[in-house]
Write a protein that binds this ligand. Structure first.
Ligand SMILES: Cc1ncc(C[n+]2csc(CCOP(=O)(O)OP(=O)(O)O)c2C)c(N)n1
Ligand SMILES: [Mg+2]
Length: 346
């Protein structure tokens, strides 16, 4: 049976510096995200897909693993996750504008199909859930290398787990089941975080599955299943940390279901007024993960109004600078489309 976790600040083991860094990453992601919507409505960029509302589970997840070293196979909604891993606003803006030097695919892919070799963020393709067996395969490779004594399992300079994310709707895809089964059979150092925002574009969760928790399916794969409040960054950090320890200690895979909500339409091309009420969206905006975290940090004197104002000014300056740089950057030369994506051919 999946276990419900609640927000308990004191149960985490985080320093003020770390808490502030988490807050900063959530805020920075939100401000970049908001700017992307403006740029889309101004006709400057062709497409955007948002992480707004999901920042709690994404940043909580990022901070619980060995950031930049452990493998991460993200999905298109993981802007806050990749920003927490080290993607900069400028890098993201370059991809929104499809400019030369774009980090994921040389501007060939749609934006938000994140990949960044230096941070061990593995690029995926557009069919949803295909990243799950790929990520389980990476976890298998980690375990195999450790068993063959090619890598010391305690060496933190190597990936020691693979984390992947997807939405609840995408768990209807066969690839998800195949990946989860593989992770269970081989007891892999693997974490799958399902970000359950109740909709797959316009399709509500009830039309997608006959169970109320995706994580209840964990038992069928022989992995640990956990349900967590996805708008509570600290609760998400805590369950992710436990899952990471499980992976590092050779105790197998975890399926985490983070219950959350996207407060924007599915993408810049979606009109969510056709399938959900304004009242529902407004009610979820009151549970905004950033405001909720801000309130806790103010209460605990980790954050002050002066720091909030300073962070806001810094975030605006970073986003402004990123936009200026991306707008001024050149497009890739047309013939670059014929070249290789990741490395020159031998
Ligand atoms: C195999 C496949 N089918 C359909 C699509 C089109 N598509 C892209 S995102 C999406 C919705 C996925 O919803 P969910 O998994 O709940 O994630 P969310 O966008 O809500 O975070 C669909 C149907 C796709 N990319 N791949
Ligand atoms: Mg969804």
């Amino acid at each position: 049976m999946a276990k419900q976790k609640t927000d308990e600040r004191l149960s985490t083991r985080l320093s003020s510096d770390t808490l502030l860094e988490m807050y900063w990453k959530m805020l920075l992601s939100r401000r970049v995200d908001e700017r992307a919507w403006v740029l889309h409505r101004q006709g400057k960029i062709p497409f955007h897909i948002s992480a707004m509302g999901h920042e709690g589970c994404q940043v909580g997840a990022a901070f619980a693993i060995n950031r930049g070293v452990d493998y991460v196979n993200p999905y298109y909604r993981d802007l806050a996750l990749v920003i927490a891993l080290g993607i900069t606003p400028t890098q993201f803006m370059i991809s929104l504008f499809g400019k030369a030097g774009e980090y994921s695919s040389g501007a060939r892919q749609m934006p938000s199909h994140f990949g960044f070799k230096a941070l061990n963020i593995i690029s995926g393709s557009a069919p949803v859930a295909t990243q799950v067996p790929q990520s389980a395969g990476l976890a298998f490779a980690i375990k195999y290398r450790q068993q063959m004594k090619l890598v010391d399992p305690n060496d933190e300079s190597h990936p020691r787990l693979a984390l992947t994310c997807l939405g609840e709707g995408s768990t209807s895809q066969g690839e998800w089941h195949e990946g989860m089964n593989w992770a269970g059979v081989h007891k892999l150092p693997f974490i799958c975080m399902v970000q359950n925002n109740e909709y797959a574009i316009s399709v509500p969760m009830e039309s997608q599955m006959a169970v109320s928790n995706v994580a209840d399916r964990a038992a069928a794969y022989g992995v640990k299943g956990v349900v967590v409040d996805g708008n509570d960054v600290l609760a998400c950090y805590e369950v992710m940390k436990e899952a990471a320890e499980r992976a590092y200690n050779g105790d197998g895979a975890t399926l985490i279901e983070a219950k959350t909500y996207r407060i924007t339409p599915h993408s810049s091309d979606d009109d969510d007024r056709t399938y959900r009420s304004r009242e529902e969206v407004e009610a979820w905006k009151k549970k905004d993960p950033i405001l909720r975290f801000q309130k806790i940090l103010l209460m605990e004197n980790v954050l002050t109004q002066a720091v909030i104002d300073d962070y806001e000014a810094r975030a605006k300056a970073e986003v402004d600078a990123a936009q200026v740089e991306a707008e001024a950057a050149p497009y890739p030369a047309p013939e670059a489309a014929l070249g290789d994506v990741y490395a020159p051919a031998e």
